[in-house]
Structures are given as C-alpha cells and as structure tokens.
Design a protein around this ligand. Structure first.
Ligand SMILES: NC(=O)c1ccc[n+]([C@@H]2O[C@H](COP(=O)([O-])OP(=O)(O)OC[C@H]3O[C@@H](n4cnc5c(N)ncnc54)[C@H](OP(=O)(O)O)[C@@H]3O)[C@@H](O)[C@H]2O)c1
Length: 239
C-alpha cells in the first residue's frame, strides 16, 4: 500500500449521508479509492454515490441490524478499509431519556463497529484498516450530553482494544471538534454558537467536513498509525 494514496483500494464509508461521511467519501475517492457509500437508506447511499462520482457504489447498512451488516459484507466481498461515522443521538438530561434511544446511540457507535469488525475483518487484507469516530465531548462532558460523552469514550477505549485483537489490521479513531457538518443546523442560535467556538478554541475556527475527510485519508494511508485516536478538533478538548 502506498503512503501517498488509496489507488487500487476499496473504502467502505458507513454513515456516508452525514456531512462528514460525504466529505470522507469525496476525500477517499479523490485519493484514488473505489468508495462504497453506506447508509441505513439505500436511496441516501445512492445520492451520495452520485455526488461523489468516480465509480462510487451504494449499499444499505444499518449498524443496529446485524443481518444488514452480514448482507453488505457478502455483497461487497473483501474491502481494504472500513470507516464508520455513524452516530445516533440521545441528547438531554439523563432523567428524561428513553432506554430505546440510549440503546440506539450505543448500537451506532459501539455495538455497530464491533459487528462491522466481526463480519468485515476476516475478509480483509492484513494491510487494511478500520477508522472509528469519537468526538471531543468524551473529554469535555456537558449537561445533556452524557450519552454522547459515554459512547465517544467507549470508542476511545474500543480503538486500541480492537487494534490489538485484529492486528496487523490497523484501527484508528478520529475525534472531531465542532464541525459545520449540517448536524448543528437545527440549533436556533447556530451562528452565535459557532462564533463562540471560534472565539474560544485554539484554532480560532469551526471545523469543516473536509478537515475531517483529509484526516481520514491520512489515517487510511499511514501504515504505522494504529491503536490511537487522532484529535482533529481545533483544540476543542482544551478550550
Ligand atoms: N459534527 C460535529 O461537530 C461533530 C463533533 C464531534 C464528533 N462528531 C462525530 O463525527 C461523526 C459524523 O458527524 P456528522 O455531524 O457528519 O453526522 P451526524 O449528524 O452525527 O450523523 C451521522 C450519521 O450516522 C448515520 N447513522 C445513525 N445511526 C446509524 C445506524 N444504526 N447505522 C448506520 N448509520 C447510522 C446516519 O446516517 P443515515 O441516516 O443516512 O443512515 C447519520 O447521517 C459522528 O460520529 C459524530 O458523533 C461530529
């Protein structure tokens, strides 16, 4: 595998319909990979595949449904790299949360990546890799984000554990800071929030999806990077 690019490789992106997921698909395709865009909805995956172009394929995959993971692994055959950005959000004071929502959040970030590894790793080359997504909230807990902090913290623990378990296949975590991915668009005061983030974090800016896409290509192509999480967060965890 070249450390310069992803020519000749296949990269599966789970959660490709999210702002960051689409940027990863674009960055990987730009680095020469054949990308497979996965979403819980096939039509979303197909839309992403059309946006990315360059022969990108689409597949339905729900991390909460092991049968859909098995079906995707059977249809795709061996892939070189698996990236999952999937996140389901159970935000709010813990006293108000439904158990089902908490379970969905753990399925997307913790159980799902374990099942992806179970079904994809046995078919992968030793030079392959998994990239899992954490987030700065694991290091900066806030009211109403206990589930997010816990699922991201679990990913931080899962990355080195999986790296040891499936070595020499590499496992890398990416922990974004605040990124204008579309997931903040529902905030009434999004622009004030982003101004405050940019005023207080060390990078003095909010992240872009392509900041994260570029970091994922680095993680996929550096053969000595494993068992660790890369904080692409503008320093948010120490802001
Ligand atoms: N944006 C930020 O500021 C920020 C900050 C820190 C960390 N992060 C992390 O970065 C990643 C991407 O963030 P984002 O803002 O682009 O996206 P996001 O809005 O958090 O959405 C992630 C995607 O996960 C997919 N998903 C949810 N449950 C799933 C399941 N059971 N199986 C498969 N896919 C599932 C959804 O895709 P479908 O509905 O199409 O299936 C959704 O588009 C997430 O892991 C997030 O926690 C983001």
């Amino acid at each position: 595998m070249s450390t310069q690019g992803l020519d000749g490789t296949t990269v599966l992106v789970v959660g490709a319909g999210s702002g960051i997921g689409t940027a990863i698909a674009q960055a990987a395709a730009g680095a020469g990979a054949r990308v497979v865009a996965a979403s819980r909805r096939l039509d979303t995956a197909e839309q992403v595949a059309e946006i990315v172009g360059r022969g990108t394929a689409a597949v339905r995959l729900d991390l909460g449904d092991e049968e859909s993971i098995i079906a995707a692994a059977d249809v795709l055959g061996p892939v070189d790299h698996v990236v999952t950005v999937a996140a389901d959000h159970a935000n709010g004071p813990v006293t108000t949360l439904a158990a089902a929502d908490i379970e969905e959040a753990f399925r997307a970030k913790v159980l799902g990546p374990l099942l992806l590894t179970k079904h994809f790793a046995p078919r992968m080359s030793p030079r392959g890799s998994f990239v899992l997504f954490s987030g700065y909230v694991s290091a900066r807990p806030q009211g109403g984000l206990a589930v997010m902090a816990t699922t991201n913290g679990a990913v931080d623990a899962l990355v080195p554990a999986l790296a040891v378990d499936i070595a020499p296949i590499r496992v890398v975590g990416i922990s974004p800071g605040v990124v204008d991915s579309g997931s903040w668009d529902g905030l009434d005061d999004k622009s004030a929030f982003f101004d405050e983030v940019a005023r207080t974090n060390p990078a003095r800016r909010v992240g872009t999806p392509s900041d994260i896409g570029d970091a994922v290509v680095f993680a996929l192509t550096n053969p000595f990077l494993t068992a660790t999480t890369v904080h692409v967060d503008g320093g948010q965890r120490v802001a």
